[in-house]
Design a protein around this ligand. Structure first.
Ligand code: FMN
Length: 376
């Protein structure tokens, strides 16, 4: 459980290098006395609180987004990334949207759809449809994905960070196609540590008419190793004249959200991995930013209900068989960092039916808090 610490207020510490650093000793008093982050504006859209749920392929589908939405606190949520040419092929073949757009048509707004490609026509065509056919709030373009299928094979995602000019061309096409819907870009610091291009790319993104920039403070070469460099994210800010800067990387608590705003020159923050085991982190961050006590993590019983709710949403869409298989990875995430998680994962990773899923969840996330997670 997260504690609300009550010792004397000290300012947050920055790391010797450029990681996000350790939070203030008393985050509630610290947040209450520090200036609140200004409202984040993406075009005409006000993102309040300025804390965003990151796109994560394979995870941030409609069911996950709905769980986050019901818990509250995320100022803007995003889909998984959608391949523009893949979208157009599926459309030509079946007339359907890709599965990654499950729920987008009818779900609550604000909502960002993320697209990727290196083909300006395809990106513009899909962006236009997202903006005008589905009426999404934001069209985000991925320039950060480091996986080979996207970089080496499709010359897209973080591959494009070596060419700020090309990034600018792609963004400009999508901006034109989506207007007046705002278009944003999500980048990493560069392709490799000795080739940081984030400032040039940021300037190209802004000049092309984008409405915001999100930066994950690692290079593509880093993948997910080491610490995200918040100093290098902050360094971009003086080079942006008009658009907000959203920092991303390694935020895993409400305290660190407060810390990010206090220590680094960013207008918004985005959370990805930590929101898989703790989809309630956004509600905690919202309270922390207001200087209110951080709500405790849900009880085990509430977490169990959340896993059943999440499962219900997945099964309604995919049916009991496929839904159960799909839910395994989400259930594994929910257990992260909890006592008995290894055993829980071992069992939940093999469930094939709703009965097996319910049995495992009820055993490891028991009714009474006092029984806690137990191992065999
Ligand atoms: C499983 C997984 C899938 C991801 N998929 C996407 C994606 O589709 N689009 C994107 O821009 N970033 C994607 N990312 C990167 C995250 O959005 C985020 O930038 C990164 O995880 C750093 O933030 P964090 O430290 O809060 O996790 C993904 C990350 C993970 C772990």
């Amino acid at each position: 459980m997260l504690e609300v610490r009550t010792n004397t207020t000290t300012p947050p510490a920055k790391n010797g290098d450029c990681g996000i650093g350790s939070p203030a000793s008393d985050v509630t008093s610290f947040a209450a006395t520090s200036p609140k982050p200004a409202p984040l504006k993406i075009g005409d859209l006000v993102i309040d609180p300025p804390v965003l749920q990151a796109p994560m392929a394979g995870f941030t589908n409609y069911a996950y987004r709905q769980v986050v939405r019901e818990l509250g606190g995320a100022g803007l949520q995003a889909t998984e990334m959608v391949h523009a040419r893949g979208f157009l092929e599926i459309d030509a073949r079946t007339g359907d949207y890709p599965e990654r757009l499950w729920g987008v048509k009818d779900e609550a707004r604000p909502l960002a759809v993320q697209i990727w490609d290196n083909d300006p026509q395809a990106l513009a065509a899909v962006g236009r449809r997202m903006a005008h056919e589905l009426g999404v709030s934001v069209v985000d373009i991925n320039f950060g994905c480091p996986v080979k299928k996207v970089t080496e094979r499709a010359k897209s995602g973080s591959y494009l960070l070596r060419s700020p000019e090309r990034v600018g061309e792609l963004v400009a096409k999508v901006v034109e196609a989506c207007a007046p819907t705002p278009v944003t870009a999500k980048i990493r610091l560069g392709c490799t540590r000795d080739r940081i291009t984030s400032i040039e790319v940021a300037q190209a993104v802004e000049a092309a008419g984008a409405a915001a920039l999100t930066v994950h403070g690692r290079t593509a070469q880093d993948m997910f190793t080491g610490e995200a460099c918040w100093e290098k994210i902050s360094d971009i800010k003086p080079h942006l004249k008009r658009i907000p800067l959203i920092g991303n990387g390694d935020i895993d608590s409400a305290e660190k959200v407060v810390q990010a705003f206090a220590s680094w020159n960013v207008d918004g923050v985005m959370i990805a991995r930590a929101a898989l085991p703790k989809p309630w982190i956004f509600a905690q961050a919202k309270a922390a930013l207001r200087g209110e006590p951080i709500p405790p993590d849900p009880s085990l019983e509430e977490q169990r209900d959340l896993m059943l709710r999440h499962y219900d949403l997945v099964v309604r869409r995919f049916g009991p068989e496929r839904g159960t298989l799909l839910m395994r990875k989400f259930a594994c995430c929910y257990a992260a960092g909890r006592p008995g998680a290894r055993d829980f994962r071992k069992h939940v990773a093999h469930v094939t039916t709703p009965e097996e899923y319910f049995a495992v969840v009820r055993k490891w996330f028991p009714q009474k808090e006092s029984t806690a997670i137990t191992t065999d």
